[in-house]
Design a protein around this ligand. Structure first.
Ligand code: SF4
Length: 405
């Protein structure tokens, strides 16, 4: 059936089913099932929902509530919050008391925290690649069963969030190291099959990478296998605007234009007061696709410098991170024609893993910035020392490349 894509606020009421309004442009959406997240639904019968994530410290209740309200005002259908500790979970209860927003929570290694957070949220996101860190001898199926039971009891949806930077090690070892896509797809399909087998169908899947062309391939391949599963689209660590928006647009045009994608997030490295830019950019991209205002869809130039940076979240321990990402972009302009990738990540939770594939990677701690060359650590440097050191390493890399040509 042909369905307009819309965006969740395009209908006569938030997230109204499509039968309630008409759109000029129609795209044949994949026949994904409907999944309720609080007061909205995602799935092919509903407009594409737009999400963002709080970057405030979760325990700073006032700041987090204020950011949720800002994001809602900008049109967020779902707002995600990171929860890493019991204290974060306690803060969540106070946050929930002050907002009716559809809340999603991002669980990291400690999957058991779901028990504490589920009463206060509408969706739980888990990452199959993180389930291995706790209770290592326990099969992942038991952990997922636990999450599904908690979700069911507290009326939550689930997102199976597979990320290129934190792959399930068991899946990774089955495939050629150069192939990052197949383990992601197998991980997602196995988790879907398991949730189906225990009768839990209220889930969506995300398959994210920082490379838009990979995001397109992964999501196309997954949706060919499981066209019924709603997809949450995103280019992870897309970086600073405008480049981050362009990278995301490249992927979304190709996917949404082919009927793939039920909810989206545009991940941007922006300071906290500008976080609503993620929602505005997401809605603009959807509206442009809906109205045929497409850019010529080009792959990112493989012969140009690629700066990736994470959108920041409550795990950032030093707010100088956003400024550093901007300074890295400016300082490296002299190398703009080099086929080199530099990653700038905001925290120690995901930073170490997610910089592995970059030629040069930076991940930020409270007082120091850790510098890496591929998977190798080059040490930790003060915030005011890191740029000259990065420049030195970049010069070495350019010289090495020139020599090998
Ligand atoms: S890298 Fe860390 S700070 Fe950045 S978005 Fe991911 S978890 Fe948050």
């Amino acid at each position: 059936m042909l369905r307009p894509i819309g965006s969740a606020r395009s209908g006569p009421m938030p997230n109204a089913p499509f039968s309630d309004f008409k759109m000029s442009q129609r795209i044949q959406r994949n026949p994904t099932r409907s999944v309720r997240i609080g007061r909205i639904h995602v799935g092919h019968q509903f407009p594409i929902a737009v999400q963002s994530m709080c970057a405030t410290h979760t325990q700073n209740i006032d700041a987090t509530v204020a950011q949720i309200q800002e994001l809602e005002k900008a049109g967020a259908d779902v707002v995600r919050i990171a929860v890493d500790s019991d204290k974060d979970a306690e803060a969540l209860e106070a946050i929930r008391a002050q907002t009716k927003a559809n809340l999603s929570v991002d669980l990291q290694e400690n999957y058991r925290l779901a028990l504490k957070v589920a009463p206060f949220v509408d969706k739980i996101r888990y990452n199959p690649g993180h389930l291995y860190h706790h209770e290592r001898t326990k099969p992942w199926q038991e952990k997922v069963r636990f999450l599904a039971e908690v979700a069911k009891e507290h009326d939550c949806a689930i997102r199976i969030g597979v990320n290129c930077g934190s792959l399930d090690p068991a899946k990774k070892s089955k495939f050629d190291p150069a192939d990052s896509i197949s383990p992601m797809i197998e991980s997602a399909t196995d988790h879907c099959a398991f949730l189906d087998s225990i009768g839990f169908e209220r889930y969506v899947v995300s398959l994210k990478d920082s490379d838009p062309s990979k995001v397109v391939e992964i999501n196309q391949r997954f949706s060919a296998t499981r066209p019924d599963v709603p997809l949450h689209l995103g280019v992870t660590e897309a970086g600073l605007p405008p480049d981050g928006i362009i990278k995301t647009r490249i992927a979304f045009e190709q996917l949404i234009g082919r009927g793939i994608g039920d909810t989206i997030r545009v991940s941007l490295t922006v300071p906290n007061p500008k976080k609503s830019m993620e929602i505005e950019a997401g809605r603009q991209i959807i509206d442009d696709i809906q109205n045929g205002r497409l850019r010529s869809v080009v792959a990112l130039d493989p012969m140009a410098l690629n700066i990736i940076s994470c959108p920041s979240c409550s795990r950032v321990e030093n707010e100088a991170f956003v400024e550093l990402a901007q300074q890295v972009k400016e300082m490296t302009q002299y190398a703009k024609d080099q086929a080199i990738t530099i990653a700038v990540m905001g925290c120690r939770v995901n930073g170490p893993g997610e910089t592995d594939d970059a030629d040069l990677g930076l991940w930020c701690g409270p007082a120091k910035v850790n510098l890496k060359k591929g998977g190798e650590s080059l040490g930790a440097f003060a915030y005011d020392e890191i740029l000259p050191r990065l420049r030195h390493e970049l010069d070495l890399l350019i010289a090495q490349k020139a020599k090998s040509m």
